[in-house]
Design a protein around this ligand. Sequence first.
Ligand code: PMP
Length: 361
Amino acid sequence: MERIYNFSAGPAMLPLPVLEEASKGVLEIQNSGMSILEVSHRGKHYEAIHYDTIQRVLSVLSLSPEEFDVLFLGGGASLQFAMLPMNFLRAGQTADYINTGEWAVKAISEAKRFGTVNIAGTSEDRRYSYIPTELHLSPSARYVHITTNNTIEGTEWHTLPETNGVPLVADCSSDIFALERDYSRFHLFYAGAQKNAGPAGVTLVVARKEFLQQAADDVPTILSYKTHAKANSLYNTPPVFAIYVMNLVMKWIEAQGGLKTIEAHNRQKAALIYDALDAHPDVYDPTVTQKADRSLMNVTFRLKNPEWEAAFLEGAKARKMEGLKGHRSVGGFRASIYNAFPIEGCQALADYLHAFAANPT
Ligand code: PMP
């Protein structure tokens, strides 16, 4: 099989060695005579994988198992938009949200069902093309919520905001494991797995144990963080296969040299594409003009002349590049280059950007 350059925003490319190992696991794991898809989630084969994944997630993120819990939940990051305020926000209480794009808007609309939402900062005025620095935080907020990487708009928080003691909470769906970051700054963060952590089906929640203990008790059992923390994410059947693949992804990250090496590689990859876009300002419009706020994961741009779009996509396809169309809500183009996306693909896109700019019709 010849692999193409798949720029999809998620589910997205996984490392080939992970896919190869996972395909073996689909047939048999640990000489058990059983597929990973067949074993009990309470049996020794799966349990070993489960606890090993928890330990590796914390170790890759440089977090202590004494301070942090790792939860494997279903429902995607979208469930976390509701589960977070369901567990931490009540009528009469305020949570601060920073509105940096469409996913943040969804998180905000769920939080409003439970309590007061203070929009502590927003970049809505310029189509979410930057990360706001002017914040109006409420000193008594239950938490401050940010979206570390804005998958649709192509911005990323490269410096975390100072919250003056208020718990910082984040949707890290599209840049978890992409760069070195002081994850201990967060009280809780979550991520759908299907970009940098594994296949769709599992959502990772990492939280300070002490913070989870402050969660409300009047929450349906299955939606309570306390339930899952107490049961080590084995309260009900977890998404076994997705966690197994996440385990393989963690081992792959370790083999690359951890987040330091991954970040250096991601910076190199993104620079190839941004430099090519910036080299032809008469042909390309990178949507994030403030370079410091540009995402390492999702490079978003438009063509100066929308009439060139069909030809641009066709040329990309001929070079085995797929998934470059921007999110349906914003149009334009988006190159999603998560951890497993190879640097050769970024070079191929950069070469194509230069070639297309020479004759853009
Ligand atoms: N937040 C962000 C930043 C995302 O990119 C996405 C998905 N693209 C979501 C939340 C929603 O995730 P899910 O589909 O897992 O619910």
